[in-house]
Design a protein around this ligand. Structure first.
Ligand code: GDP
Ligand code: MG
Length: 442
């Protein structure tokens, strides 16, 4: 890809230094992107102002256009603010047992994240975690944790309803030592809104068990609201980090930037779904790209390289570069995607594919036997239809569905997905606007 880019930019003369005009026009787009990503208005303005200072007068590097140069400064600054490459985003698992306390509003994903973290730590570094059910407000909460514990084969410590949550946490430490567990994860109670009793309870637990980590579990979908929640919790219990959940949805995660700016609390994990393996350590550069709406292009390219041999890649790239994309390419892409591994995750990294990937149809199409039907439908088309899907009218649809043993609705669905993908690819490959140009950097 780099080679291709070099080609594109070889003819562009470097413009020397960034002018104020270059910077302003690129930063206008950046500000809009930030706000669309749920970044707090004030934070967005501060951020843009800071970048502006750095950018005006900066050298434009050889092969970059001024807009690209600005965006690369924006990107670097964003990564820096989100934690850079430092250690601040790493989980502290010192202590025997290491104690990790999860706090947050009801429904933010505490219980699920507790289990996911346990699963992650067990698999990642062979830890022996203990899950502690300290939510005494909802009877179902204890059972929920027990069920998840069983599923991931991690023991769960609980006491009968009505017990004191502080006592439960204290007792669980003894139990952990008895069972030779070296990480204890406390799942505490949350309310729908910040309330005093809940805060007092987490404060009490914190004072009694001295957790190494107090992580706020925050729902990325709540956007700006998450910032206020983070501030309140931080004031009351001094957070050491955050788990940003529900990043599998449309949320671009701008809340993390606001929270980091307002409270300095680093994000330590991101949760991307309801399944037990849907959690990952936090990578500032990935979130930076997502906030800017570029998707995780870098990671995607890395993964794609392993799966696609160079020649094939070159061929399809040339086609894509010209904005050509037909149903045959679609089928190849589907096969290739399937080969690349956990599809959902890959699709999620692509800008715009997010919505597409999260439709149940798409998921099924990629993960189940559905690909066979997709294949059958495409194979039932004439060459001309495959090359130029726009000609597939009503009667052709009926014929194709009949020929492939599928329903017209299924075919319609397929064509709709295809069109969405094509639109996306055209935008990306035409490199229109600052975002398209930024993509070309990779
Ligand atoms: P708690 O009240 O804070 O303990 O929240 P729960 O762990 O019970 O989660 C509330 C709901 O959100 C449940 O239905 C979870 O399955 C769901 N959930 C949690 N994390 C995620 C996530 O990362 N993505 C999605 N899509 N759903 C999640
Ligand atoms: Mg819960």
């Amino acid at each position: 890809l780099t080679k291709r880019l070099e080609g594109i930019f070889q003819n562009l003369e470097g413009r020397g230094k960034l002018t104020e005009e270059d910077v302003n026009s690129a930063l206008r787009e950046v500000r809009i992107a930030l706000i669309e990503a749920d970044v707090n208005l004030k934070v967005a303005r501060q951020f843009v102002d800071r970048v502006k200072e750095k950018a005006i007068g900066a050298d434009v590097m050889g092969s970059l256009s001024p807009a690209q140069q600005v965006l690369s400064i924006v990107h670097d600054e964003l990564v820096e603010v989100l934690g850079g490459t430092g250690e601040s985003n790493k989980l502290d698992t010192n202590g025997n047992p290491a104690i990790i306390m999860l706090v947050g509003l009801q429904g933010s994903g505490k219980t699920t994240s507790a289990a996911k973290l346990a699963n992650y730590l067990r698999k990642q570094n062979g830890s022996r975690p203990l899950l502690v059910a300290a939510d005494m407000y909802r009877p179902a909460a204890v059972n929920q944790l027990k069920t998840l514990g069983k599923q991931i084969q991690v023991p769960v410590y609980s006491e009968p309803m009505g017990s004191d949550p502080v006592d439960i946490c204290v007792h669980s430490l003894d139990y952990a030592r008895e069972q030779a567990c070296n990480v204890v994860i406390l799942d505490t109670a949350g309310r729908l809104n910040i309330d005093e009793r809940m805060m007092q309870e987490v404060v009490n637990i914190r004072e009694r068990v001295h957790p190494r980590e107090v992580l706020l579990v925050a729902d990325a979908m709540t956007g700006q609201e998450a910032v206020r929640v983070a501030k309140d919790f931080n004031d009351a219990v001094s957070l050491t980090g955050m788990v940003l959940t529900k990043m599998d949805g449309d949320a671009r995660g701008g809340a993390a930037l606001s929270i980091r700016t307002v409270t300095s609390v680093p994000v330590k994990f991101m949760a991307l779904g309801e399944k037990m393996d849907a959690i990952q350590p936090f990578y500032p550069d990935r979130l930076a790209q997502r906030i800017l709406g570029m998707g995780d292009v870098l990671t995607l390219i890395d993964q794609a390289r392993d799966a696609i041999d160079e020649e094939e890649a070159l061929q399809s790239q040339q086609k894509l570069q010209q904005g050509k994309f037909d149903l045959e390419d679609f089928l190849t892409a589907m096969h290739r995607l399937k080969k690349m591994g956990p599809l959902r995750q890959i699709m999620e990294m692509l800008p715009g594919f997010n919505k597409l990937a999260s439709t149940p149809e798409m998921e099924e199409a990629l993960e189940g036997d559905q690909l066979k039907y997709v294949e059958a439908m495409i194979l039932s088309m004439t060459k001309e239809e495959r090359r130029n899907p726009d000609i597939i009218n009503g009667s052709r649809r009926k014929r194709i569905a009949m020929g492939s043993g599928t329903k017209v609705e299924e075919l319609n669905q397929l064509l709709k997905q295809f069109t969405e993908m094509r639109t996306m690819i055209r935008q990306v490959s035409s490199g229109k606007g600052p975002w398209g140009q930024m993509m070309r950097q990779y």
